[in-house]
Design a protein around this ligand. Structure first.
Ligand SMILES: [Zn+2]
Length: 381
């Protein structure tokens, strides 16, 4: 079987769509007018991703407010916030360029998603000829909606966690029902949990193990056959061409991360300074049998934060080197992260979101070609 390759999920939203979102937030256009722009952006994303030759594609998350907030609000500015939420939650990430992103705050129960990822996927399926993947948010990220200290009156933390696990399971099941071939869970908070940033209180609380246990509560509701197609994505964040936890050593994260009983992992790697060391760690810590599924390691071979397009040869060489440490039947390739996990992203190192879209499709094409070349070189094509 050739080496599999899969995107994380997002693409930069066209400048026109980002302007429409601002107009919608300002009450200048209707939801139907916004949807027309989202439809156009999804169609363009799907057609261009299919043209790269990629075996699995996504809709570029063009309808989502962000990878983390799509279940909670229609736009990143908070328009259409779900029930029992207020806008002023904790920072889930402070990025190295100084900007931050904030979560809403839970004010009461029960906790319910307003939008499921499958609501977007159903629209994408109508536009696509190739198999689609869908990314969903991890319960560990949404657990940060509950205040860090204290308890919400009439809604205990444990009640919230139970509702959250139910909602995350439902989010994943609905994706498969809508036709997703693969579903990956975004787990960017995993590496950040090791950061201990005094400006961002939750990161200093040693929450990684708690996150792993919580995510396994969702994964354990799926059979091994289902979990073959349920993945986890790890990265140091990616927003406005900046990261939030690239300085955290992977050695702190990976032994815990592979305790999650997922069938595959999408792992940022192209932008690591010592890739070979990380390949070795992946070989050491990924498991042949994670409660009935082998853990396939999809290594990042393109960097969405950098406009330079990797060549297919570079992609091939990364995979061939990684195969020294990771068995080839448990090796895959991916992009380091989504190309724009947040809807409003001007992609400053690229100059514009529209140019960044052009670059993204070139990078995906290199990933696909280079992965094919590696399959040939490793005699698995
Ligand atoms: Zn990411």
């Amino acid at each position: 079987m050739p080496i599999p390759t899969e995107p994380v999920g997002s693409l930069p939203r066209p400048a026109k769509l980002q302007a429409a979102i601002a107009d919608y937030d300002a009450g200048k256009i209707t939801q139907a007018e916004l949807k027309a722009e989202q439809d156009a952006a999804c169609k363009d994303s799907i057609e261009r991703m299919e043209a790269t030759g990629a075996p699995v594609i996504s809709d570029g998350e063009q309808r989502a407010s962000s990878f983390a907030t799509y279940p909670l609000a229609d736009t990143l500015a908070g328009t259409g916030l779900a029930d029992n939420l207020a806008g002023d939650g904790q920072y889930f990430a402070i990025f190295t360029d100084g900007h931050h992103r904030q979560l809403p705050r839970l004010t009461g129960g029960p906790f319910k998603y307003k939008t499921y990822a499958a609501d977007y996927l159903k629209e994408a399926v109508k536009m696509a000829d190739k198999p689609l993947k869908q990314a969903v948010i991890a319960p560990s990220m949404l657990s940060l909606l509950y205040p860090l200290d204290g308890e919400i009156e009439g809604y205990t933390r444990e009640q919230f966690m139970e509702d959250l696990v139910d909602e995350c399971e439902k989010d994943i099941r609905k994706c498969f029902e809508a036709g997703a071939q693969r579903v990956s869970i975004d787990f960017t908070e995993g590496r950040l949990a090791c950061r201990n940033d005094p400006n961002n209180p939750w990161t200093g609380r040693g929450m990684l193990e708690e996150f792993i246990t919580l995510n396994n509560r969702v994964l354990d509701r799926f059979t091994p056959e289902e979990r073959v197609n349920i993945g986890i994505h790890t990265c140091p964040g990616g927003d406005c061409d900046s990261t939030h936890s690239a300085d955290v050593d992977y050695a702190e994260l990976l032994p815990s991360m592979f305790k999650m009983n997922a069938g595959y992992f999408l792992i940022q790697l192209a932008s690591e300074t010592d890739k070979e060391r990380v390949y070795k760690l992946l070989g050491e810590h990924s498991r042949e049998d994670a409660n009935g599924v082998p853990q396939v390691c999809f290594i990042g071979v393109t960097n969405p934060q950098n406009p330079r397009v990797e060549t297919p040869e570079e992609v091939r060489d990364d995979l061939v080197l990684a195969s020294k440490y990771i068995p080839v039947e448990r090796l895959g390739s991916t992009d380091d992260c989504g190309f724009s996990p947040f809807s409003i992203d001007l992609k400053p190192k690229h100059g514009s979101p529209d140019f960044a879209r052009d670059v993204a499709f070139k990078k995906i094409e290199s990933r696909v070609k280079g992965t094919q070349m590696a399959s040939e070189e490793l005699s698995v094509a």
